[in-house]
Design a protein around this ligand. Structure first.
Ligand SMILES: C[S@@+](CC[C@H](N)C(=O)[O-])C[C@H]1O[C@@H](n2cnc3c(N)ncnc32)[C@H](O)[C@@H]1O
Length: 903
């Protein structure tokens, strides 16, 4: 049967073997509708993109679900999800812009928002994590994308693979087997890969025999052996075979099992305890399984355990992990919906139990990852993709409390059908991805998450929870009245539980009648925190004064005694007497105590603090650093107020951190800046070198290498940003070139670079052929990669060397001359490249705004003269002038489209 998938859940049958079931007219009708919908969709997307540009708010935004946050799910049949992908999508707009010139401080269009991922490749210190916590932000754990060397990273672009930890030599590695995806045409795979998560080295295990290609199988470690069970080799090939890899011998061998054999299945879950592999659930040809099959790896025998009333329901795409003699199971899909039940299987009693836990249980999901790290069980990712995809749900197995650690950068990775492996303190996530009809297939890069702070985070979260419970029970009032010589207890009620108040900003709450008096005293002694506002409480009875920590410390000092017989205090309570009166600090404190004050956390300030901008976070962190190092706070004026992102590198403008004093703290500084901006890698822009190769002088501040992939206008540009420039200011011009219709044209780009215009000509304008001239070896390396990555290499001829020597002659319909400040050196070459009948030249140049007419006249005249000297009788006209961007004060980057026609 051939059908047209015309929307997510609707299919239109078109034909079956040797027979059309609809008329050709009907097919034409469908194609017409489909095309007009695609057109309408494109217009909407273009409009959306333009709006984002106009608002200057284009930020990196990866990993999306549908509008209602439901996953886009492919259903093969009514009641099963046995599709090859859990379908969700990437919106393809993972881009932002980088400005390479003077414009970085001038053009508001380029003032794109900051990147809001909070991933951080650096291992946080405990101190940093704690300060982050007390700052009330919840981004505690650092994530880092693994930089893969050895085998191409595409080999790891798989989902439905399975992985485990394996010791090779003395080092732990990750072994991953099978899965769907891989380099070239995606397919089910059967290669075994070894990944060193520290060095990023990826190698393929050379094995003589191997299980057949598959996905949705399991990989389970038993001692030194690794067992692969079942999986799906194809729509009609559901498997139940068992293979073992003897890690010491690099040999896979098929296990000849006996006993109550496993029904063929995929998307089951497996875990091992005491040399037995336990398999639960999965999808079989007969439906979803609910049995527990146990394979004893010593007797090589399968057993099935029958269900009882506590038996969990049938499911697939769930997860199972061993912990002592127990197996914990979470989530999965029962054919109707995603689940979030959490139960355990006791491998000694062979019984299932529903687990009782405290705190909010993780949201329902399937195809997620689950792991055990020390006494924590963690869950992350899975379908449906929603906000919770940016956090790890953690269960403290001792206290049985769920808590959550938010890692916003996780949203960049599709942790769907991925594998998670714990090695030491690292959680490594390999594989995973999804496909959706609208945006195609996307695979996740391998990442690692440093878990070493988990214990501290739990303790803090736990204490905070306790503290909130204490607050809820209003037990914070500490009575001071028991002390000798103190004012009687009914006179003084101050909330003084310092530990409970922690480091939060405080307010002193007083009845309104004491407001004026208290304010005067607080002001007089500098205890009022002037950065926050005093306000009336919600009950309208009290006034809340923001107070400094010093004041809180003074008033909670044990030695503070209020002299009840000191009549002067009561006299001073009269406002008129206080004004101008000279009172001691001791007396001032005593008066305030008499006002029945209580200390509360300043919830308003806390909530403001929680939503701090990256600028504010940066200022706070750097200010503390300057303080620690004894550097002047005036340096704060050199903090950047804006930045750009290029691929995953956050690029600061070249104007920031200029003072040489910053050099002395650079080791501490750059990681802090990266942290405040949520950047994986950080760089500072340099001037584009005014040399023939227009070299980048971008300085990498955090990160090891400058290679990145930047997406713009639906094209992916890879480059080493420390070697080659990338001007986002030219974006509109790239768009304009991409909008041309070049399908019958031969184009020559005389200054191809990494493919700035070559790619729009090929990918968007569908040029028949593009000759790309370039002489910079770094740009050439990127260009070669980019034409491959954008699948246009077959229509691009790369000519290495000086275009004046290499450019073809008499064949071009269009020539692009994208060199600044001037491309005049190759105008002659451009004219000679055009066909004898003429064509179009796109001439770039930097032009003083008062000289524009002069420049245009000069261009037309020069091209006419050059044509004449080559015996070409052309009529030369200016078709269009594009003002691309301001390059410097009064200097514009212009492009003139010069049309050359045979007269
Ligand atoms: C980087 S792009 C220019 C992009 C942008 N319009 C600008 O200049 O700001 C220019 C490229 O042309 C290359 N180039 C300059 N002169 C060249 C020549 N005579 N032959 C071949 N390539 C050349 C440089 O190596 C560089 O990669």
């Amino acid at each position: 049967m051939v059908a047209l998938r015309c929307s997510i859940r609707m299919e239109v049958p078109l034909g079956q073997t040797k027979e059309l079931v609809v008329s050709p007219d009907y097919i034409r009708y469908l194609v017409r509708i489909a095309n007009s919908k695609m057109e309408a969709n494109k217009r909407r997307m273009d409009g959306f993109l333009d709006l984002l540009h106009a608002k200057g708010t284009l930020v990196s935004s990866k990993g999306c679900a549908t509008a209602n946050n439901e996953p886009l799910v492919a259903k093969k049949s009514k009641d099963s999800y046995n599709c090859d992908a859990d379908n969700n999508c990437d919106n393809g707009f993972g881009e932002s812009s980088l400005e390479a010139s003077y414009l970085e401080s001038q053009d508001p269009v380029l003032q794109h928002g900051a990147k809001h991922g909070f991933g951080n490749a650096k291992r946080l210190t405990q101190e940093e994590a704690l300060s982050t916590l007390s700052g009330n932000t919840s981004h505690y754990l650092s994530t880092a994308a693994l930089e893969i060397t050895g085998e191409p990273i595409e080999k790891l672009f798989l989902w439905g693979q399975s992985a485990c930890a394996l010791i090779v030599g003395r080092e732990h590695h990750i072994l991953t087997f099978g899965g769907f995806g891989g380099p070239g045409r995606h397919a089910r795979r059967n290669y075994s890969l070894l990944l060193n998560h520290r060095s990023g080295l990826l190698t393929e295990l050379k094995v003589t025999e191997s299980p057949s290609p598959r996905m949705g199988h399991t990989v389970t470690v038993v001692g030194n052996d690794i067992y692969v069970v079942g999986g799906r080799g194809g729509p009609l090939e559901i498997l139940n075979d068992v293979w073992v890899l003897e890690s010491t011998k690099n040999r896979w061998s098929k296990v000849d099992c006996s006993g109550d054999l496993l029904r063929p299945r995929h998307r089951h879950a497996a875990a091992a305890v005491d040399r037995k592999v336990y398999v639960f659930g999965g999808l079989s040809d007969d439906g979803i399984c609910s049995c527990m099959n146990i394979m004893d790896t010593e007797s090589i025998q399968w057993n099935v355990i029958s269900s009882d009333d506590k038996w969990p329901c049938a499911r697939h795409s769930h997860s199972l992990v061993p912990y002592g003699s127990k197996l914990f199971m979470f989530g999965g899909h029962d054919g109707q919906r995603a689940m979030n039940d959490f139960c355990s299987f006791d491998t000694t009693a062979l019984k299932w139990n529903k687990e009782n836990t405290n705190g909010k249980a993780p949201s329902p999901r399937f195809s997620h990852c689950m792991f055990i790290y020390k006494d924590y069980l963690g869950i992350l990712g899975g379908c449906p993709i929603r906000e919770s995809s940016q956090e790890i749900a953690l269960l403290n197995l001792k206290h049985r409390i769920w808590f959550y650690v938010s890692i916003p950068s996780l949203s960049q990775y599709l942790c769907v059908r991925s594998s998670s492996v714990i090695i030491d303190d690292d959680l490594v996530i390999v594989g995973g991805g999804a496909s959706c009809y609208a945006f195609g297939t996307r695979f996740s890069q391998p990442i690692k998450i440093d878990l070493h702070l988990l214990e501290s985070i739990f303790k803090l979260a736990y204490n905070k929870e306790k503290e909130m419970a204490v607050q809820r029970d209003s037990v914070l009032n500490v009575d001071l009245g028991h002390e000798e010589n103190c004012i009687p207890s009914d006179n003084v009620k101050a909330v003084l539980d310092t530990a409970a108040l922690g480091s939060a900003p405080l307010v002193l709450q007083l009845e309104k009648k004491y407001a004026k008096l208290a304010k005067d005293i607080l002001k007089k002694f500098g205890w009022l925190d002037l950065t926050r506002k005093a306000r009336v409480s919600q009950d309208n009875i009290h006034v809340l004064f923001p107070v400094s920590k010093t004041f809180h410390a003074l008033i909670t000092d044990k030695d503070l005694k209020v002299q009840s017989d000191d009549s002067c205090i009561f006299e001073l309570l009269s406002e008129s007497k206080l004004v101008g009166a000279s009172i001691s600090l001791q007396k001032a404190l005593e008066i305030l105590l008499l006002c029945h004050g209580s200390f509360l956390k300043d919830e308003l300030a806390i909530s403001h603090k929680a939503s701090k901008t990256p600028q504010a976070i940066m200022r706070e962190l750097v200010s503390a650093l300057l303080d620690r190092k004894g550097l002047p706070c005036q340096l704060l004026e050199q903090l950047p107020t804006r930045w750009e992102t290029l691929g995953d590198i956050t690029v600061l403008p070249k104007t920031c951190f200029k003072d040489p004093l910053w050099e002395s703290v650079r080791e501490d500084l750059w990681p802090l800046i990266a942290k405040s901006l949520g950047a994986q890698r950080l760089a500072r822009q340099g001037k584009i070198a005014p040399n023939g190769t227009r070299d980048s002088t971008l300085e990498l501040l955090v990160g090891n290498n400058g290679w990145l992939t930047h997406h713009e206008n639906g094209i992916c540009y890879s480059l080493d940003a420390t070697k080659c420039m990338f001007s986002s200011g030219n974006r509109s011009e790239k768009l304009r070139m991409g909008k041309l219709d070049c399908r019958d044209e031969v184009v020559v780009d005389l200054f191809a670079g990494i493919g700035y215009f070559v790619l729009p000509f090929l990918v968007k304008a569908n040029a028949k052929l593009v000759y790309a001239c370039e002489w910079n070896p770094h740009a050439l390396e990127a260009l070669r990669r980019n034409v491959m990555d954008n699948h246009v290499a077959d229509r691009c001829i790369i000519l290495e060397g000086d275009n004046r020597m290499t450019a073809p002659k008499g064949i071009a319909d269009r020539v692009c001359l994208g060199l600044l400040p001037s491309s005049e050196c190759s105008w002659d070459t451009a004219v000679r490249a055009l066909r004898a009948e003429g064509g179009m030249l796109h001439i770039h140049g930097n032009v003083n705004d008062s000289d524009e007419t002069l420049w245009l006249d000069n261009a037309v005249e020069s091209i006419s003269n050059i044509a004449k000297t080559h015996g070409l009788s052309w009529n030369i006209t200016v078709e269009h002038v594009e003002r691309v961007k301001w390059y410097g004060p009064h200097i514009r980057h212009l492009v003139v489209d010069v049309k050359c026609r045979l007269t």
